[in-house]
Design a protein around this ligand. Sequence first.
Ligand code: DP6
Length: 333
Amino acid sequence: MTAREAAVAVAHPNIALVKYWGKRDEHLVLPFTDSLSLTLDVFPTTTTVRLDPDAAADHVVMDGAPARGEVLSRATTFLDLVRERAGRRERALVDTRNTVPVGAGLASSASGFAALTLAAAHAYGLPGDAGELSRLARRGSGSAARSLFGGFVVWHAGDPGAPDPDRASYAEPVTDARLDAALVAVVLEPGPKPVSSREAMRRTVATSPLYPDWVTDSRADLARLRRALREGDMATVGETAERNALAMHATMEAARPAVRYRTGASDAVLGHVRRLREEGVGAWATMDAGPNVKVLCASADAERVADRMREATEARVVVARSGPAAGLRQVTA
Ligand code: DP6
């Protein structure tokens, strides 16, 4: 592939139904477990990468403001990897725009690094198939490996004993899923983030006495989820996703010092979801590294579930369904 010098890519966030929590290799971003997610159709990130032969450093603009600190250094480290692989030296101008409303707590490094991967690979002329792009995105942020694909996506942890563990860990679409699911996001006050998910994972792996059991259970959850997706069994998908998410939060709450993202408001929403189920509505909760609760349900039930969440809480409620793979867009001058 020849370098295009500039490229624009769009990627959507994803929510894991069986979570990625814990790296066995920090540098290569290799996880302990496989994970499985649904790419959403809301809040895409659009990223433009332009090579700048005259620049001495990468310049990254995020939602109109120059990125600094950790955000800039993660982007630059990632671009260094792309340059090394492409055999190029030019620095880049990166302009990235998120459509997620400020403070919605749904912004994710997944859509950001997926869009950056696709745009940078094209701008620098890096060859590679979808698997290769997903391995590259993984190095930016683990969950980004999944946002390159649409619908249900599995990220293989890869065999630690494989001759090349980097090659063995990539994401791919789940092609045999027969389920039309939705995620109803209940957006709670984010408040200050207690600790970054990166640090929280590290601490969980190093200190939580529950972590080894989480790894074992997660494998069983993944097998059950895959089977249920194949069979179009919404209840098993929902039950598995909810218990996997609650187990992830339990393992980090047992870390020393404890990491707690759940708030009283999150627990109240978890209660509303349980009550909906008792009334016979198929709704199950999942949560990530923040207080928001996402309610998993059949797509046909999404509006009803969203209305019930709006009645029960003051929170902003957003309905998301299955979204597309990351893609390139026309470069404009
Ligand atoms: C709770 O992908 O953001 O959302 O690889 O350190 O960048 P890094 O972590 P990241 O972690 C996502 C954690 C999660 C679960 C998931 O998406 O699987």
